[in-house]
Every structure is written in structure tokens, then in C-alpha cells.
Design a protein around this ligand. Sequence first.
Ligand SMILES: NC(=O)c1ccc[n+]([C@@H]2O[C@H](COP(=O)([O-])OP(=O)(O)OC[C@H]3O[C@@H](n4cnc5c(N)ncnc54)[C@H](O)[C@@H]3O)[C@@H](O)[C@H]2O)c1
Length: 254
Amino acid sequence: MQRLQDRVAVITGAAGGIGLATARRFAQEGAKLVLADLDEDAGRRAAEEVGGLFVRADVAQEDDVVRMFATAHDEFGSVDIAFNNAGISPADDDSILTTGMDAWRRVQEVNLTSVYLCCKHVIPYMRRQGKGSIINTASFVAVMGSATSQISYTASKGGVLAMTRELGVQFAREGIRVNALCPGPVDTPLLRELFAKDPERAQRRLVHVPLGRFARAEEIAAAVAFLASDDASFVTAAEFLVDGGISGAYVTPL
Ligand SMILES: NC(=O)c1ccc[n+]([C@@H]2O[C@H](COP(=O)([O-])OP(=O)(O)OC[C@H]3O[C@@H](n4cnc5c(N)ncnc54)[C@H](O)[C@@H]3O)[C@@H](O)[C@H]2O)c1
């Protein structure tokens, strides 16, 4: 499918996991790509692989975010798709009883403030074009609670979801669609690292997935490609769950 032929897409957190899988999928669908990440080595390798342009950017820094979208526009002439995906899930973000201000703030900055900054600075390009698709990565924990808590992460994703909904409503008549992607647990380095340290925590989560497994990053990328494309022309301000059925489950199959 070539649904994104010549669309210019900026992907944050594109050096690995869901971001990289999406970069690959967008490239297959014909998009021109700007890949942004903190990790220069992996970011450059990813950009080379998909024939895109790498920009080193810390998405929690306003100057970096401004430069990232300006680079995309200067280089390719438009910014049609923003996949605001970079996020962290550090080990010191845990129960509210043990999570300190440092971890709380760091996660809010990278997961939530970054999405505010990316939307703030991409929307003006899209308004001038009269079109655009923004996909912000939230999570299924934005819509349901977990007893194995990562309190700042969960709160940040709830914020991403609420902000996305509001932006989708505000800019709908200007041709800009804004959707929140809510993935269930995905088999990526971020999750593998977390669960390697705590297999019981992995099992406690897995048992709740009706499909009986974690998602592959490619399955999330397929949903992002849909949201980015005109196939989703009537989809905006959505809480777009790609969660293997978790949020719809009461009792799961054996
Ligand atoms: N993996 C899951 O199970 C899962 C589930 C739901 C939502 N998510 C969300 O999906 C998104 C991607 O997660 P992933 O699993 O692919 O993670 P990942 O760790 O594999 O990739 C995240 C990328 O973001 C980059 N990054 C981190 N901080 C950054 C910053 N300040 N500026 C720029 N880049 C930065 C990292 O270098 C990395 O390349 C995150 O927002 C995450 O919260 C993940």
C-alpha cells in the first residue's frame, strides 16, 4: 500500500521499538521521513535503513522540537504527519509511595510536556497547509488502572489522552486530525528490560490479555499508518486502543 506517498512525516523516538517499526512501515507506504531521537547512533542507523533524515532532538526541550519541525519543513516543503511517540518508563517510577519528585518530573517532561511541545510547534505548519494528521502515543494505562503501578507514567499518558482529545476537537474544522494511540503491552526493549527484572510482574500483566500475548511493534505501526493516512479521514479526537482486547476484558480465556 502506498497510502502515504510523498507525505512528510516526523517520528519522535524513532531509533527503536514502536517508532522504528513505524518508520519502516511509513517508508513502505511512500512517506518522506524525519526521524528524531536522543540516541544518535541508533537514530542514524534507522534513518539510513529507511532512507530518511535523522535529527537529534530531546523532545522535552522546546528549541530541539522547534528545530526538528523546521528541518522537516525546510528539507521537504511540508509537515503532513507528526507521530509524537518518544517516551520513557524508568524503574524509579513505581508506586506512589516510593516514587520521588525527580522521577515524577522526568517522566512528566519526556512523556507529557514533549507532546505539548510537539503539538504546539507542528500545528502552525498544518494550519497553513489546511491539513495534517497528529498521532500522540498514550497507552492503555490512560484508560485503566494497574496494581503494578508506574504512577508518573500512567498520569502522563492520561494527560496525553486528554490533551489529544481537546486538540482534535479544537482543530477539526481546519483539516487537522489529532488522535491518541493507546497500545497495550508491546514486546519492545522498554518492556523487556522492565520485565527481565521482574518476571512475576510480566506474568501478572500477560494473564489479562485476551489474545494471550504482547503486541509486536509492527502491529502497532500498522495502526499508526492507518491513523496517519486518509483511510482515517473521519477519525479524530479518538482514544485509539490497540491492546489485544485488554480494556474490554473481564475474564480471559485459559
Ligand atoms: N512498549 C510498550 O509496551 C508500550 C505500551 C504502551 C505505550 N508505549 C509507549 O510507546 C512509546 C514508544 O515506546 P517503545 O516501547 O517503542 O520504547 P523504546 O524505549 O523502545 O523507544 C523509545 C525511543 O524514544 C527515545 N527517547 C527517549 N527519551 C527521549 C527524548 N527525551 N527525546 C527524544 N527521544 C527520546 C529513545 O532513545 C528510544 O529510541 C512510548 O511513548 C511508550 O510510553 C509503549
